[in-house]
Each structure stands twice: as structure tokens, then as C-alpha cells.
Design a protein around this ligand. Structure first.
Ligand SMILES: Cc1ncc(COP(=O)(O)O)c(C=O)c1O
Length: 508
């Protein structure tokens, strides 16, 4: 910028009146000119009086900009005889590999690398969707049924009386009264053996699995997950640098082959109360086998008990953790399904000797807070609102579940199987292997009906079963039939050889 003055260069670019505050424009233009090398190191900037005159702006504006450039290291005014551009070239950076070539040119920049392989793998397999409502979004409770009044009353009380000490970071393990309340609740409804000390409050099962994999496994360790399984857990395991090995499930739950049993993993993640997504309950024999195998081979187990409160018919089997006398099982639960997912409160019940370590790690890694919410929840549980809410919505969900089953059987009779309908907030409508369930899902979503393709939950290529995960808990009765009609219209286009009403064409 020698034959051409800085003032000329700035005049071509400043947009006085329309381009935002002159101070900001001037600062941005000069700092960018320094970074891009248009203003070379050692160049003396014009005096503030001259530059202000040339640009027809207030001198104070230029003085302020120069001061800012000095503060941020773009320029120096150390000599007191003007303001000089600083040398910001990369080879001034200690140890920089970007050495100038002999001709003074910078060497070619190293291409900016993108996501790491595990980061890319995570992004390639995201299951998260911005659509979290509507028929038949799986895994969502009916948030409209939440007992707002009771919650608000308790919340107002907590803000009035306890706010100051609840506005800091959470102590390790979370709010003490909530840990007590959760321990008592789990003991009575899930036969979980715990003291409050063993309950670590988390932001949900995701965080519980994340901290458990970090504390129990080394990078590269093998983790068994169910096949099919929840994509969230699969992604957590893989993005922690662990090797997820999918283990098939049968009617009794996770079912490793003899060959798989011969190579024990470090950690096993299971959903014994309600296999996700297929819905079977792990038999007592299989539970005992898994516990014994883990004991003999030094494996840890995470029991993901995400929705066991909703069981229609038989009483749920007690938790796996309740059967464990070797201290190998971590029990992970959450209020996402019993109250509402956005609450982001869950818990991890940790074997006693590791309880302090886990509480400390959660505080260290995630710097927990939300003590007000945790205190409201503690009181909410203590006053019995959780159990009465679950009792009430269980009846409502049972009715909606029957409504959906009726809609399916009216349309398809026994030609399409319904799987996993005895518990939880969703069921699976099985489809023949030739049907592209991902395409059905895409087309249904285009028509306003949300389902998820079963094949997405499998890891082993070629072994996927086809079907649709359909949530019913949050779909009011009058919406079930019309939404199902829309979905069935899409399914029928994929079921070649089928009459739209479900009667096989060859019979008509
Ligand atoms: C099997 C399973 N585990 C865990 C979760 C997530 O739980 P949270 O919301 O507590 O992180 C889900 C959510 O749908 C799930 O289906």
C-alpha cells in the first residue's frame, strides 16, 4: 500500500451512514489489512489527525481505533512517536512449522483437516430428529398430561425459599435430597439395591453411559451392545473410541454365540426390562447367565432401564441390578419418559466402591448445575406426584396402545406382525424383508406422519429386519385412525402384491 495511501484504500471501503458504526468499520478494515499483509509489519500508520481529516471523520474515532489495535496486538505505540504495524507473520510464532521460503513467500498451507474418523462416523449415523412431536413419533410421553400445577407450586416455593444456595454448581453426585428420593423410589418400584450415596444425578441416560464408558473403558476396548439397539448408545460408545460389537437378541434378550462368549468384552450395555427397540423382556435365566458371565470374565454391565414403568399386563421383572451381588451392574434411568424428555434429569446407580469416583467425575466433566430443578423434582417425588402421574398416564397410554393395535389389525389382520407391544411407549410394526422401511419412513414424514425405520437400529450389514417404530403414548385417541390411514397408504405402495385394503391381490 505504498503508492496508494491508507486513506484512499479506506475511503473506497468505508460506508459512512449505511455500513454500521464508523468506529467498527474502521477497526475491521485496518485489522483485516494488517492480517492480510496489505499493511506490512513496521509501517507507520498516519497520525490520527491526518487520517481523520482525510476520511472526514472525528479524530476521536481514529484515536479509539488505534488504541484498540494496540491493545489487541495489531499495532504498537511503544516509542511514543506514532503507531506502527506489528509483525504478525506466522514464522514469528515460536515453533511454527510455517517457515517462510527463501523467496519470502509463505509455504503452502497444510490443508485443514475435517472431522476425525470417529467424529465423522458419529455424524454419519445420527438418529436425532428435530421433529419430536406428532403421530407416531416413538419414545415420547404425552407432555400435555404433565402435572403442571403441582410442579409450579413446588417450583415457586423453591425459588422463594431456597434460591440462593440452589443457584451455584451442583455438589458432586447432585442434590442430596433428590439422591435419597431416587434411591427410595428405585428400591420400591424396581428392586434396585442402593443407598443415596450410590445415586449419581445425571442429565439423562446419555450422560450416564458417556461417563461410565469414560471411567470404565480404555480407548479400543470392546463393548457389547444389543443388535438391534438404540442408536444413541451405539454412537456414544463409538465416539468414545470404543469398539461396539453388536450381539443378536432372541425372545429372551441378548444372546451371544459361543464364539462371541469366547472373547469377553470390557462392558455390556443391555435393556433387560424392555429390549430397545424390539420390546422383549430378558428372561431370568438369561439375566443370571449374563451376570455369571460378567463375574467370571471381569466385565461391567450397564442396565439401561429407560421406560420400564410402562408395562401393560404382567408385572415387570425386578432390575438386573437387584440380582447382582458382585457389584458389576450400573443401573441407568431417567425421567425422560415418566415426566418429559426436556427435563434432562436422569440417574446412574453406581456400585458402592465406585460411587465417589463417579460423582466426582460427573462434576468434573460436565460441571453440573440445575439445582433448582433437582430440588423441585425431589419435592415432587417426596409428595408422591411421580407415582400418581405414572399410574394415571399408564392407563391413558394403555388405551392409546389398544387404539393403535386395533387400527393396525383392522387394516392388515394378521398379515403384518406387531412386535413389542406389551410395554413402553412404542411398538414395532414388522414389514416383509423386501420393503424399504427407510423409504416408507421418508414418504410418511412427507405426509406428516413420523415413524422410524427398524433397519436403522441394526449395525451388522445385511442382517437388518424391516419394520416401523411407532409411538402411541402422545397420540390422542381421535388422531390415531386418521394418522394410521395416511401411514397405511404409504405402506401399501411398498407392499407389492397387496390390495390397498390389505387383501392379497392374488386372492381377489
Ligand atoms: C433405549 C434408550 N436408552 C436411553 C434413551 C435416552 O434417555 P435419556 O433421555 O435419559 O438420555 C432412550 C431415548 O429414547 C432410549 O430409547
Amino acid at each position: 500500500m505504498s503508492s496508494f495511501t491508507l486513506a484512499d484504500w479506506l475511503l473506497q471501503r468505508l460506508d459512512i451512514g449505511a455500513g454500521g458504526p464508523v468506529y467498527r468499520q474502521l477497526y475491521q478494515l485496518i485489522s483485516r489489512a494488517i492480517l492480510d499483509g496489505h499493511l506490512e509489519a513496521g509501517t507507520r500508520l498516519p497520525s490520527s489527525r491526518i487520517l481523520a481529516g482525510d476520511l472526514a471523520i472525528a479524530r476521536n474515532t481514529v484515536i479509539q481505533v488505534y488504541e484498540q489495535l494496540v491493545i489487541e496486538g495489531y499495532a504498537n505505540a511503544a516509542s511514543g512517536r506514532g503507531t506502527y504495524v506489528e509483525d504478525l507473520s506466522p514464522d514469528r510464532i515460536e515453533g511454527s512449522s510455517d517457515k517462510r521460503r527463501g523467496d519470502g513467500q509463505a509455504s503452502a498451507p497444510c490443508p485443514r483437516s475435517g472431522l476425525s474418523p470417529r467424529g465423522q462416523d458419529l455424524i454419519d449415523h445420527v438418529g436425532f430428529s428435530n421433529r419430536q412431536m406428532g403421530a407416531f413419533m416413538p419414545g415420547i410421553p404425552d407432555v400435555a398430561e404433565f402435572p403442571f400445577k403441582a410442579w409450579l407450586r413446588i417450583q415457586n416455593k423453591q425459588w422463594r425459599h431456597g434460591a440462593a444456595q440452589l443457584m451455584s454448581y451442583a455438589p458432586a453426585g447432585g442434590y442430596e435430597p433428590l439422591r435419597h428420593a431416587v434411591s427410595e423410589y428405585l428400591g420400591s418400584v424396581r428392586s434396585v439395591n442402593s443407598t443415596a450415596r450410590q445415586v449419581v444425578i445425571t442429565t439423562g441416560i446419555h450422560q450416564a453411559v458417556d461417563v461410565a464408558t469414560r471411567l470404565l473403558c480404555q480407548i479400543g476396548d470392546v463393548v457389547w451392545i444389543e443388535e438391534p439397539s438404540y442408536w444413541g448408545v451405539r454412537n456414544l460408545v463409538l465416539s468414545s473410541g470404543l469398539k461396539a460389537v453388536p450381539i443378536s437378541v432372541d425372545q429372551e434378550g441378548m444372546c451371544p454365540t459361543a464364539q462371541e462368549l469366547a472373547s469377553p468384552p470390557k462392558l455390556i450395555v443391555v435393556t433387560p426390562s424392555h429390549q430397545y427397540p424390539l420390546g422383549m423382556v430378558m428372561s431370568l435365566a438369561r439375566r443370571r447367565m449374563l451376570l455369571e458371565y460378567a463375574r467370571q470374565n471381569g466385565c461391567w454391565i450397564i442396565e439401561d432401564d429407560y421406560d420400564s414403568e410402562f408395562r401393560f399386563g404382567r408385572r415387570p421383572l425386578p432390575s438386573l441390578q437387584g440380582l447382582d451381588d458382585a457389584g458389576l451392574v450400573f443401573y441407568a434411568g431417567s425421567f425422560s419418559k415418566t415426566l418429559f424428555p426436556g427435563l434432562r434429569v436422569g440417574f446412574l446407580v453406581v456400585p458402592d466402591d465406585l460411587a465417589m469416583a463417579f460423582a466426582g467425575a460427573v462434576a468434573e466433566l460436565y460441571r453440573e448445575g440445575q439445582l433448582i430443578t433437582q430440588s423441585v423434582l425431589a419435592e415432587f417425588l417426596r409428595e408422591g406426584h411421580l407415582t400418581s402421574h405414572i399410574r394415571r398416564v399408564r392407563n391413558l397410554y394403555a388405551e392409546r396402545r389398544l387404539g393403535l393395535i386395533a387400527a393396525i389389525t383392522r387394516r392388515y389382520g394378521d398379515r403384518l406382525d406387531i412386535v413389542g407391544e406389551h410395554a413402553g411407549l412404542h411398538l414395532v410394526l414388522a414389514l416383509p424383508d423386501r420393503v424399504d422401511d427407510r423409504r416408507v419412513t421418508r414418504e410418511a414424514i412427507e405426509q406428516g406422519v413420523v415413524v422410524r425405520p427398524l433397519s436403522n437400529y441394526y449395525m451388522k450389514p445385511g442382517g437388518e429386519k424391516k419394520g416401523l417404530l411407532m409411538g402411541y403414548a402422545a397420540v390422542p385417541m381421535p388422531e390415531i385412525d386418521p394418522a394410521f390411514d395416511v401411514l397405511a397408504g404409504v405402506i401399501d405402495t411398498q407392499l407389492d402384491g397387496w390390495h390397498p385394503q390389505g387383501v392379497p391381490l392374488q386372492n381377489s
